[in-house]
Design a protein around this ligand. Structure first.
Ligand SMILES: [Zn+2]
Length: 259
């Protein structure tokens, strides 16, 4: 599932292809906006907010997309063939480039003034220019009896963390994922570490938290269930956190992250 760093890269790709150019094609393949047509309008820019993408278009319009579980934006020279089947949700193209949104979890078209309705609930964005660790901690502390594992994924507390960065950050801080938020002394250190990890990965695909880019060595616990902990040799545990049907994967070392 794409996390904040992948969304950040998608926004950068879209800016490079679309910013300042007039759209020569706009093709919304979602029922709600099937008749929308942005042709002839200039794209202003694309912003990433947490895991949301906001593409602002001349005329105070914003195309709101979300990658959800497996969405992607593919950028290619204009006129290239599209992926077959019903994967394509949106095409935005100019004379030089086309951006094709496949398997997007959400495609919406709103007034730019209404963006806050879409992303106003989000906590501080780990990769945003307005990142504010104190505000993220304040929001986390608002529910002290919640597990830290669930609280870190709640985008209302801080925006951009998914299951990979959750697992890796908690391991690096030695925190058992089911510990209560109120029992953790250094929440600022925790969110600041998560922010540094996302920043370190924002310009390249993949997630490297160990500093070692070799494919088998990139993470401490994520993707390593049953294999020995890189620090202590204990087998990495795998489980799920959260209420059904929204439970999400968690990995941890029972020795390095004791109860
Ligand atoms: Zn360990």
């Amino acid at each position: 599932m794409p996390e904040g760093d992948a969304v950040y890269r998608a926004a950068a790709r879209l800016r490079g292809a679309l910013d300042g150019h007039v759209l020569t094609r706009s093709d919304f393949r979602v029922p709600r906006h099937a008749t929308a047509d942005l042709t002839g309008r200039t794209v202003l820019t694309t912003l990433a907010r947490g895991k949301h993408l906001l593409t602002r278009v001349e005329g105070d319009l914003t195309v709101h997309t979300h990658l959800r579980m497996e969405g992607r934006w593919l950028v290619a020279p204009a006129g290239r063939g599209l992926p077959p089947g019903d994967l394509v949700r949106l095409v935005l193209a100019n004379e030089r480039w086309q951006a094709v949104g496949v398997r997007l979890g959400m495609v919406d078209l709103v007034g730019t003034a209404d963006e806050a309705r879409l992303v106003g609930h989000l906590g501080p964005d780990l990769l945003g220019p307005d990142w504010d660790p104190d505000e993220a901690v304040r929001r986390l502390r608002g529910a002290p009896r919640r597990t830290i594992g669930e609280a870190l994924l709640d985008q209302r507390n801080l925006a951009g963390i998914g299951t990979i960065y959750r697992a890796e950050t908690l391991f690096l801080r030695g925190i058992w994922p089911w510990r209560k938020v109120g029992e953790i002394e250094d929440l600022n250190g925790l969110v600041s570490l998560a922010q540094r990890l996302l920043h370190a990965n924002k310009r390249h695909a993949g997630t490297v938290t160990t500093g070692d880019r070799r494919p088998a060595n990139q993470t401490w616990v994520y993707g390593r269930a049953g294999r020995p902990c890189r620090r202590c040799g204990t087998r990495i545990s795998r489980g799920e956190m959260g209420a059904r049907p929204q439970e999400r994967l968690i990995l941890w070392c029972a020795n390095c992250q004791p109860r």
